[in-house]
Each structure stands twice: as structure tokens, then as C-alpha cells.
Design a protein around this ligand. Structure first.
Ligand code: APR
Length: 318
């Protein structure tokens, strides 16, 4: 039997997720949206590409939570995206309300699902989702680190004129302006990037510019699009997490996970490298951070904590 993947939110990211799941033949798809017509229309459109793309999965649209029952994976993109000039944090109030509805919709219908949240502001929304739903913390994660890391790696590849496949790096912390690109954990063809700086192949100044472009990578796209925010790369990132869980790949991926003691941080969701396998988040990998990285990571955690306190003011039940 095919795995059942429910996508809550059939907007730009939800539709792209559905298309990727179908063409990669990962499982059956239930596209859920409060705007039922969008969910049904996109499901039908993608289904009609099946003879051409050669997939035999079942894809349906709905606005009833009963249709999402017993999902293996749920990916949530329900919410409002940014408009030009907005930060992700500006979405807090409106998306918090939406995520509460979603949590109530999924907690009893799919108690065993692996739940990936994409809705922004990510770290706080995923933390709220876990609290509202009461689902196990190792089964509720947020997608951000893969996207931020992917943006960083892409920009480095353009700068160094080298294939993205030859670059290893990651971005941790909160999914906002304080995210931390791990320069000391960045390798080009297996060589630490610091060595390339020493050899004069890239300057420290240029790396800082690339880090800053990564931090504002989402805003750069929002500005171009004028309506809506990025959706292709966010969808690809969500799929990588879902596949690692469904196929028990045990990939090490930077995700917004519940941290409780690791990195000297307690009781908060934020971006850290984790192993994702059939049990959900199976392990948090603790990288050795140098003084600068520690400082920046801690700043980023504080920003997430501050925003969570703001969320608690909006909804004291959190
Ligand atoms: N339940 C289900 N779906 C909802 C709800 C709800 N309570 N409220 C809104 N939606 C749906 C909308 O009808 C819309 O179709 O969520 C969808 C969101 O789609 P888009 O507006 O296209 O947004 P998208 O680009 O997909 O981004 C969604 O992910 O990256 C984040 O910042 C982004 O928070 C935003 C989210």
C-alpha cells in the first residue's frame, strides 16, 4: 500500500509539494485547504499529468480533516506568506491562529504521523503546533535549515564556479535574520573554506556578503515576486525530510527540532542538525562550535525565545 501524505495548505508550496510527491512517486497525496476548490483543482490538474509522467498514485483535494485520517506524513504550509517589506515575524499573529486550527484538525485523526511544518515564523509556529497538538516532539519538526543551507551552498557555488555537489555546509539557529551560517563547517571539495581564504581564492569580506545574502534570501525573492514568497526550494526541502522519514534514510539534515539540553539550550525549537529516520527525529547532532559560532547561535536562540514570548502574549494558553 502506498504511504499517505497529507498537505495542509494547497497554495504555492502545497501545490509544488504535491507535484514533487507525484513525480517522485513517494506516496498518495491528500491536498487539504480551507479553500476547497484550490485543493480539488490542483489535485485534479496534477492527476491529469499521470499518464505523461507515468505515476499511479492517488491524489485528491479536500477541506475535511476526516479525509486526512491516518496519514503517514503531514506537511503544513497553511498560512499567509510575506508581502514585500515584511519580516517572517510579522506573520506571527495571523499564522498562530491558523496553526491552532490545523493542530486541532490533525491531532486525533493522524496521531502517528510525522509532521513537518513550513509555515512562518517557522521556529515559533512549529513549537506552537507541537504544544497545541500534543503530538510527540520527535514527530513534529520544522523545515528551514535545509532551505537556508541550500541557499548558502548555491551562492557559494556561483561564486567559486564549482558544482553544488562539491560543497558541504549548513546553516543553523532560527529561520530569520539571526540564522548562523557555519563557516567552520563549510567544505569545498573536502577542503575547509578557511583554507581557500588563506590561499586567496575567496576573501573573508565576500563570504560575509554571501552569508548576508543567504539571510535575506527569502526577502530577495519576495521582492521580485511582489505577490507571495519562495516555493520551489522550500518544497524541495520539505520533500527531503519526508523521504528520509518514509524510507528510513537516517540522513543528517538541519531542521527546526525540539532542543532540550543539547547546545546548552533548553525547551525551544530551533535549527540544529538531526538524524531523520523511521522514528522521526532520532538524534540531534552536536557540532563543536567555536566562540563566534556559539555566540551567534545563542543570539539566534534568544531571538526565537523572544518571539515565542510574544506568541504567549497573543495566546496565553501556549
Ligand atoms: N487551514 C488550511 N489551509 C489554510 C488555512 C487554514 N486554517 N488558512 C489558510 N490556508 C491556506 C490558504 O487558503 C492558501 O491556499 O494556506 C494556503 C497558503 O498558500 P500560499 O498563500 O500560496 O502560501 P505559500 O507560499 O504556500 O506559503 C505558506 O509557508 O513559507 C511559509 O511564509 C510562508 O507562512 C507561509 C507558508
Amino acid at each position: 500500500m502506498n504511504k499517505k501524505i497529507t498537505l495542509i495548505g494547497a497554495g504555492q508550496i502545497g501545490g509544488t509539494l504535491a507535484h514533487l510527491i507525484a513525480t517522485k512517486k513517494i506516496g498518495d497525496v491528500v491536498l487539504f485547504d480551507v479553500a476547497e476548490g484550490i485543493a480539488k483543482g490542483k489535485a485534479l490538474d496534477i492527476a491529469q499529468s499521470s499518464p505523461i509522467e507515468n505515476f499511479d498514485i492517488n491524489i485528491t483535494g479536500t477541506s475535511k480533516y476526516s479525509d486526512t485520517k491516518d496519514s503517514d506524513v503531514i506537511i503544513i504550509t497553511a498560512g499567509v506568506p510575506r508581502k514585500p517589506g515584511m519580516t517572517r515575524d510579522d506573520l506571527l499573529e495571523i499564522n498562530l491562529k491558523i496553526i491552532k486550527q490545523v493542530a486541532n484538525g490533525i491531532k486525533d485523526t493522524s496521531p502517528n504521523a510525522f509532521v513537518i511544518c513550513i509555515t512562518n515564523p517557522l521556529d515559533v509556529i512549529v513549537m506552537a503546533l507541537q504544544k497545541y497538538s500534543g503530538l510527540p516532539k520527535n514527530k513534529v519538526v520544522g523545515m528551514a535549515g535545509i532551505l537556508d543551507s541550500s541557499r548558502f551552498i548555491y551562492f557559494l557555488s556561483q561564486e567559486l564556479k564549482i558544482s553544488v555537489s562539491k560543497i558541504k555546509s549548513l546553516v543553523l539557529g532560527g529561520h530569520g535574520d539571526t540564522m548562523v551560517a557555519m563557516v567552520n563547517h563549510t567544505f569545498i571539495n573536502g577542503t575547509p573554506i578557511k583554507e581557500l581564504i588563506k590561499a586567496g581564492k575567496i576573501s573573508e569580506k565576500r563570504i560575509i556578503e554571501i552569508i548576508n545574502r543567504t539571510k535575506t534570501g527569502g526577502a530577495e525573492i519576495v521582492k521580485y515576486l511582489e505577490k507571495g514568497s519562495a516555493f520551489y526550494a522550500p518544497a524541495s526541502s520539505g520533500i527531503e525530510m519526508a523521504e528520509s522519514y518514509l524510507k528510513d534514510q537516517k540522513k543528517e539534515l538541519p531542521c527546526a527540532a525540539y532542543i532540550n539540553g543539547e547546545y546548552d539550550v533548553k525547551d525551544i525549537y530551533a535549527g540544529v542538525p538531526v538524524i531523520i529516520g523511521k522514528n522521526g527525529v532520532e538524534k540531534i547532532i552536536e557540532l563543536k562550535l567555536n566562540k563566534d559560532e556559539k555566540e551567534n547561535f545563542s543570539k539566534s536562540i534568544n531571538a526565537v525565545k523572544e518571539l515565542f514570548n510574544a506568541a504567549k502574549k497573543i495566546d496565553p494558553s501556549l
